[in-house]
Design a protein. Sequence first.
Length: 208
Amino acid sequence: MNPILAFIVKAFVAIPIIVMVWLISYFGFRQSFLLSSGVSVIGGGLIYWITSVYLNHSFLKKHGLTRKEYRYIKENLHEAKGKVIRLHRSLLTIRHIPSIKQRIELIKVSKKIYSLTKKDPKRFFKAEQFYFSHLDSAVELAEKYVFLSRQPKKTPELDQSLHEALWTLEELNKTVEKDLYTVIADDIEKLDYEIDVAKHSLKKHEQS
């Protein structure tokens, strides 16, 4: 669940409890203002924690993950977020007009894979090649290209290396696109199934 949304839900549940416990303690049991406030805060905190545990359990159950798996995925996604930002910055810094379309596409596809995995963590296992290999290669190539292209004096060897780096980035773009299709393969399969069901239903309706 989105952290902001989760906080709103937990606060929405806890705040009425805090108010209710304070009113009961202060007016019902004639406790002091400070004691009533302390009891209500403890009660609200307990409800907040219980709600948090419930939401986490529901989230993990919905996505079919264990706590250990989710912790592993979160750690890798946190690291990947920084890499995606670095890739975005580097690719937009490259001053090579002919390759701008491919570079923008690589940025879009990389961000799409990340956002899909963030929303549905179980997709991470379908995108491991992207996170552990292809993303690292793209970041390394892009940053190295930017560094070398800024050197004041170019040699034929340097020009050749820069040309090969751009060609490799273009090939990586195709590879990352395949990574995206791997991530959404189940969705494509479900859509094909729904299309077949709809066609069968229409055909049956026409025959009748």
